[in-house]
Design a binder for this molecule. Structure first.
Ligand code: NAD
Length: 371
């Protein structure tokens, strides 16, 4: 029998625990009804950890994250801790997890559900059927490159420097992952950079071509400049399957892609680390892209679907359980098609429900689809 999957659950602050409570019902459903079995451990992160341990993530919880097969993360932050010094900010918890788990790859899917097509600010005939994944390199590039900083010049004026740096191995691993992901989707990769004006872009393109030719010739590869990609995302998003790009362009393009869907409460994400050469495992963390939403925390109205879809990504990418992930995604689609909506995605003629009722509906639909 396959070993139980070790999950670390970190609900965090604000609506994090509220939406996570619904996801834990889904985890339990899979544990009881499907082939996969989980061992769950829960921990504190963000403000919740600051209040109890005086640090946004304790060494013990950090060790649990490194030992787990996957981490399911909620969200952190809130006004209570806004005035804290930088090292006592709740967000330091997620930054430490990303750093110590070496989560170099950030996966941000943007899927436009048919039932929510009108939530987009773009025309429905442009966004309908959009199903793309932005794969962003997350530990290199201009946010980390040296030299960086601000200096005062002899004449009293200042000079600020950020440096865009990429090495061959850094590009290889993210581009390779892009091809691997495309093979599980629609087999198409857009590699995005600015090879027309940046040396890092030239190297990026060179490496993408080499990896493609040597290892993934069966995947369709297209190169695109980042500025054109921004334009194409709003012009014709359906042309994209996997977009692989660097840290800076990925930061911008993933937000742009997210807004094609128009609904923050629906968007999951994954962050993956390098594969361990001996065990074959990779560190992985799954979280919705929304924050802790202090304005609605405690009201029982948060949309739990982004957190549920994050769990679906966990099944797909950490455990290769594509059918189980499909089951959650199809249940979500069906619940939306039935007209049930939390307030954030409310539309005229739909039924407004709270967090728990939405959870009930997903579980009922899982019962039906998974029977
Ligand atoms: P936010 O994503 O928390 O909220 C933005 C708006 O979207 C709010 O009006 C909120 O009510 C709504 N919203 C978000 N998620 C929702 C959901 N699931 N259901 C219904 N409505 C939802 O962003 P913010 O207000 O800028 O930040 C609030 C706090 O969250 C801050 O402390 C910020 O630092 C933190 N934050 C944390 C993360 C993270 O944990 N990774 C990410 C972003 C922001």
């Amino acid at each position: 029998m396959a070993a139980n999957k070790q999950l670390l659950v970190l609900p965090g602050d604000g609506i994090g625990p509220e939406v996570m409570a619904q996801v834990l019902r889904v985890v339990d459903w899979f544990d009881k009804r499907r082939a996969v079995r989980f061992d769950l451990k829960e921990g504190l992160v963000g403000g919740a950890s600051l209040d109890k341990h005086g640090t946004p993530i304790s060494d013990e919880t950090m060790a649990d994250a490194l030992a787990a097969d996957a981490v399911l993360f909620g969200s952190v932050g809130g006004p209570k801790w806004d005035a804290n010094p930088f090292d006592k900010k709740p967000e330091r918890g997620i930054l430490r997890l990303r750093k110590e788990m070496d989560l170099f790859a950030n996966l941000r899917p943007a899927t436009v559900f048919d039932a929510l097509v009108d939530a987009s600010t773009l025309k429905s005939d442009v966004v309908k059927g959009t199903d793309l994944l932005v794969l962003r390199e997350g530990t290199g590039g201009v946010y980390f490159g040296e030299p960086r900083g601000v200096e005062t010049r002899a004449d009293g004026s200042k000079k600020a420097v950020d440096t865009q740096v990429y090495t061959t191995p850094e590009i290889e691993r993210i581009v390779r992952l892009g091809f691997e992901l495309a093979k599980k989707r629609r087999n198409k990769v857009h590699s995005v950079e600015k090879a027309n004006v940046m040396h890092t872009g030239v190297l990026w393109r060179e490496v993408a071509n080499r990896i493609h030719k040597a290892e993934f010739a069966d995947v369709q590869l297209e190169h695109m400049y980042a500025d054109n990609c921004a334009m194409q995302l709003v012009r014709n998003p359906r042309q994209f399957d996997v977009i692989v790009t660097d840290n800076l362009f990925g930061d911008i393009l993933s937000d742009c892609a997210a807004m094609l869907t128009g609904s923050l409460g629906m968007l999951p994400s994954a962050s993956l680390g390098a594969r361990n050469k001996t065990t074959g495992k990779r560190h992985a963390l799954y979280e919705p892209i929304h924050g802790s939403a202090p304005d609605i925390a405690g009201k029982g109205i948060a949309n739990p679907l982004a957190q549920m879809l994050s769990f679906a990504m966990l099944l797909r990418y950490s455990f290769d359980l594509g059918d189980d992930a499909d089951l959650i995604e199809n249940a979500v689609k069906e619940v939306l098609a039935s007209g049930m909506r939390t307030p954030d995605i409310m539309a005229p003629g739909s039924a407004k429900v709270g967090t728990t009722t939405m959870g009930d509906a997903v579980l009922r639909t899982l019962d039906k689809l998974g029977a």
